[in-house]
Design a protein around this ligand. Structure first.
Ligand code: NAD
Length: 355
């Protein structure tokens, strides 16, 4: 075993069908919470209200937006101050969790999370906010949720379209944990099992959208994805997707899902250990082909042009990223290589491992 550094993070995980009905009260009590601000959005609002009707919720914030615009973060902070919240209950996808994190960043309020997608943000101390077309992210232990209640029942109704993109977003956390700047043996183990659980779950949901077991596998994989991202950090793939999402307000999970096979094809020939683990986790000799086939079955666009991105929107991203890429990517990546990679991901060229 080589020398390594791994920051083991605190945080409690409660997993199981029905836990959002039985475990929220004891988890809030463990936090000493008496005045809870519920942060929820979209279709998560109704189950959140139903699960929290007997809990000490003193206010709601439901104006959540993807990529957490700074103005939304400020309104959420004002709401927390107005109701004198002593804890935050983030109920929903990564956007709700991100909004609660923005409040925790300036207030230090503890967060209890109830995730309803596979974004994985609940397991990380990473916050993100967007202003003027730029997404800024940072790492701060104040935003790391104190506890997570994972209830697969909340995800049974997640449409296959959203579940597919979200599951591949989680897969991207795992894959990139193999080569991200703080990659280490512990996060690598989490990441490999995450790839396996997510691939198994995703391969079943198209044919069996109402089956419960794959949904539980996906939620478990989402936790491993978040934990591996927290342990290893993020690399080239996340840098590309954050730049695109911040600049052009592209849908977060779908952007990750579309770009992932391209970054994997670009990187694996230079990352022998990641390649070995991907082959094992996906049970194939062709991890790039398997990933692309899975994405196609799930209805993920082959290229970013299908998300409405114009070809001339690529160059500003190349300019923004060149010289600022995360260190240590296995494949040396200059401006031309980045431009070619982005072009393939835009055009939807069939991803192949090439050197
Ligand atoms: P999201 O929270 O916007 O949810 C996506 C869609 O799913 C929304 O339309 C939402 O209403 C719907 N939805 C959520 N739960 C549902 C359910 N159970 N049934 C039906 N519909 C449901 O998006 P997301 O992909 O979950 O998260 C994306 C955000 O999370 C981005 O802003 C991203 O930057 C952030 N993120 C942060 C981290 C981190 O570590 N900080 C990690 C991953 C993602």
């Amino acid at each position: 075993m080589d020398r390594f550094t791994y920051d083991a993070l605190p945080g409690r995980v409660v997993f199981g069908a029905g836990t959002s009905r039985t475990e929220l009260a004891p988890e809030l009590a463990r936090l000493g919470a008496h005045r809870v601000l519920l942060v929820a959005s979209g279709s998560a609002v109704s189950p959140a209200r139903e699960r929290t009707k007997d809990l000490p919720v003193v206010g709601e914030f439901t104006e959540v937006r993807e990529h957490v615009p700074v103005a939304v973060a400020e309104r959420a902070r004002a709401r927390a101050a107005e109701v004198r919240a002593d804890a935050l209950l983030a109920f929903g996808g990564g956007s709700s969790v991100g909004t609660a994190k923005a409040v925790a960043l300036t207030t230090g309020l503890p967060i209890l999370c109830v995730p309803t997608t596979y974004a994985g943000s609940e397991a990380t101390p990473v916050w993100g906010m967007t202003e003027g077309g730029r997404k800024t992210t940072g790492r701060d232990e104040r935003v790391l949720p104190r506890a997570i209640v994972y209830d697969p029942e909340l995800t049974y109704g997640l449409p296959v379209r959203i579940a597919s993109a979200s599951g591949l977003n989680a897969m991207a956390h795992c894959v990139e944990a193999f080569w991200a700047p703080r990659a280490n043996p512990v996060s690598t183990v989490l990441a490999e099992d995450g790839v396996r659980a997510l691939a198994e779950g995703l391969s079943l949901i198209v044919d069996e959208p109402s089956a419960e077991a794959p949904r539980a596998d996906l939620l478990y994989g989402a936790y491993l994805a978040g934990a591996s991202l927290a342990g290893a950090g993020s690399g080239l793939h996340h840098a590309i997707c954050h730049a695109l999402g911040g600049a052009y307000d592209l849908p977060h999970a779908l952007t990750h899902a579309t770009v992932l096979p391209h970054v994997v094809a670009y990187t694996l020939p230079y990352a022998a250990e990641a390649s070995r683990r991907m082959r094992r986790a996906l049970d194939t000799d062709d991890p790039v082909g398997a990933l692309r086939a899975l994405a196609t079955r799930l209805g993920i666009p082959a290229g970013l042009r299908e998300l409405g991105l114009a070809e001339d929107q690529l160059d500003p991203i190349v300019e923004r990223l060149a010289g600022h890429l995360p260190p240590g990517h296995p494949r040396p990546t200059d401006r031309d290589a980045l431009r070619a990679l982005l072009h393939d991901a835009w055009a939807g060229t069939t991803p192949k491992e090439t050197v």
